[in-house]
Design a protein around this ligand. Structure first.
Ligand SMILES: Cc1cc2nc3c(=O)[nH]c(=O)nc-3n(C[C@H](O)[C@H](O)[C@H](O)COP(=O)(O)OP(=O)(O)OC[C@H]3O[C@@H](n4cnc5c(N)ncnc54)[C@H](O)[C@@H]3O)c2cc1C
Length: 133
């Protein structure tokens, strides 16, 4: 007999089921139609021993320490960094577009002019939408 039935063992269902069991001390039945937990964030090893994300690449990111602390009880971490760049006129340019992108794309005097204008009109560290015409 169960107090609670949770359907789906993705992030949402797995966490709710764990919290109900461990915090609320309920008897929980977690039902999953796939043959694994983790939902769309599931990863596994392919036939060559390479870890893959079966349903598409997932990157974990949070600025909440309690989330990292919670997950650390269930996983080890692999440090990872990625840089998103666009290849423009022979240069790798930071994306999303920012002041460094301007400095990379335009000749120094023009870049300085554009950056000064951007800082005057938008301000440092502000985010704006660049509309296409
Ligand atoms: C290609 C792709 C890339 C993504 N990249 C990122 C990323 O980089 N970073 C990030 O934070 N998020 C990413 N996401 C989003 C992330 O996958 C979801 O936010 C997260 O998986 C949602 O978790 P969930 O538990 O709500 O749902 P799901 O992960 O979808 O889990 C739901 C589970 O319920 C099961 N289920 C559904 N119906 C039933 C049923 N009737 N009976 C039994 N079981 C059932 C499903 O089989 C599944 O396992 C990405 C998603 C995709 C598709």
């Amino acid at each position: 007999m169960f107090d609670i039935i949770v359907v789906g063992a993705g992030f949402a269902g797995a966490v709710i089921a764990e919290r109900c069991a461990n915090v609320l001390k309920k008897r929980v039945l977690l039902i999953e139609k796939r043959n694994h937990i983790g939902g769309n964030a599931y990863d596994c090893f392919d036939e060559n021993g390479v870890m893959i994300h079966q349903y598409g690449p997932h990157i974990f990111h949070t600025n909440q320490k309690f989330i990292i602390d919670y997950l650390s009880a269930y996983t080890d971490w692999i440090e990872y960094q990625h840089h998103v760049v666009a290849f423009v006129d022979g240069n790798y340019v930071p994306v999303p577009f920012n002041l460094n992108s301007i400095a990379k794309i335009f000749p120094p005097p023009l870049a300085r002019k554009y950056i000064t204008l951007m800082l005057q009109h938008v301000g440092f560290g502000k985010r704006i939408t660049i509309l296409q015409r």
